[in-house]
Design a protein around this ligand. Sequence first.
Ligand SMILES: Nc1ncnc2c1ncn2[C@@H]1O[C@H](COP(=O)(O)OP(=O)(O)O)[C@@H](O)[C@H]1O
Ligand SMILES: [Mg+2]
Length: 528
Amino acid sequence: MPPIPADRTPTGQTYTQTIELTALYEIAQLIGSAHDLDSTLNAVLGVLRDILRMERATLFLLDDTGRRLVIKASCGLSHDEEKRGVYRPDEGITGRIFASRAPFVVPDIHREPLFLNKTRSRDIDKGKLSFLGVPVLIAGEPAGVLTVDRLFGLEIPFEEDIRFLTVVATLIAQFLVLSREIRKQEAHLREENRSLRAQLTPVFSQHNILGQSKVMREVFAAITKVAPSSATVLLQGESGTGKELVARAVHQASGRRDKPFLKVNCAALPENLLESELLGHEKGAFTNALARRKGRFELADRGTLFLDEIGELPLELQAKLLRVLQEQQFERLGGSETISVDVRIIAATNRSLEEAVSQGRFRADLFYRLNVVPIVLPPLRERAEDIPLLIDHFLGISNQQNRKQVRFSREVMDFLSTYRWPGNVREMQNLVERLVIMADRQQILLSDLPTFVAAEPEMVAPPMPAIVQAAGTAAPRMSLEEIERGEIEAALKRHGWVQARAARELGLTPRQMGYKIRKYDLSRPQFI
Ligand SMILES: Nc1ncnc2c1ncn2[C@@H]1O[C@H](COP(=O)(O)OP(=O)(O)O)[C@@H](O)[C@H]1O
Ligand SMILES: [Mg+2]
């Protein structure tokens, strides 16, 4: 029997092959008994390092916005380094591997000053370091990139490493598919759970006003209590918090429900028109008064008058309004007949009347007269527990109106639950409606949110340089020069063509930068 060569095992495999098989076996074990996505992925990368002497391993995945590659797991990187490693799907070598769906090798990264060492984790003084990366493909589409650094030289052909890493990337891809499926199932169960719970809890919806937060329950209680009386109500709250809705609810819950509910916006009309709108006028009272006209106070007799944006009422009219409120009597403009009415007043304001009083812009006596029963509507951001309820409500309405069945992903729900909603419920209603109308899929993702909502600024992808691949090789070669040119140009653009800054970002000396710019014949574009 011929002697077994020193680098072969009794089964005839090379030593490297045995190690690779061991690694694959361990990885398969890890995935088979996985409980948690993140820790499993980290453990898988740990195997690469421990068994294969790979210095550093990193798994990038496309994040929920679909606009960035972020580090999902790593081995050999600190937390800070992980956070720095964010790429656009067309940026750096990692981005190029993603975009081209092809493996890539940098035999000696120290000779590649361009190598985007974004995590700043590579110790340049160590020995020779090679970089290998392969795409993670799910159903043929890129989902991420697996990269490793290895310390030793060229004794192992890179093709073999690439082949091995491709197998690992395939295992990772399968694992990702599986855990996404599980996550979907869990979300489904959670959703079911939520709707069951919602059916069990009493319906916190009165007079079409939704809310289960403590403050909103207090609002419901106040409405119920105050409605039967004729007391004046002052509604305070930011725009879009539901003041008008509450005003209508008070009217509906009162004995006046069969009589008119009229609204006057005190900010919408100039002073003289507003006065005639409220009190009416006789024929000839002013130039355009061609006929007698009843005012809103008269028209709302025995009903409710809703005075919106009362804080904008001019001082002179404030005095007149006070008299009407106190005496329930007034004269039309240009008239002498005294008219008596029975009108309930509900006033609303989105700014502090107390402050207006202290600044002399609002009469204190009128304020006290209006503020008999104050109801404060808190902004939506202060009653976050109402947000999912309201989103569901508006989603249901918009779906029905548009004959669709649009759903929001969990990420979108989470995001919207913490969004600050400067325009409160009105903004939410508009956003949900818009998303439903624009949706061309059933599931709304974070990337569907308009940019003014998603804090994430829209990223503008620079044009991608052509990728040159040598046919037939196991590790297709993209042209490093192409990549380098694109990267340098992009960095210059990012820094307004200030060479020194672009050089610093790329880790080049100014001299190197100047050389590269000449080499690639780059110049700042001329604008007309
Ligand atoms: N708690 C709520 N439940 C359901 N819809 C609400 C609620 N609050 C506000 N809305 C809706 O939001 C929009 C704005 O409410 P609105 O009463 O006009 O606000 P405001 O008068 O305070 O600006 C309306 O379409 C209203 O129906
Ligand atoms: Mg309003």
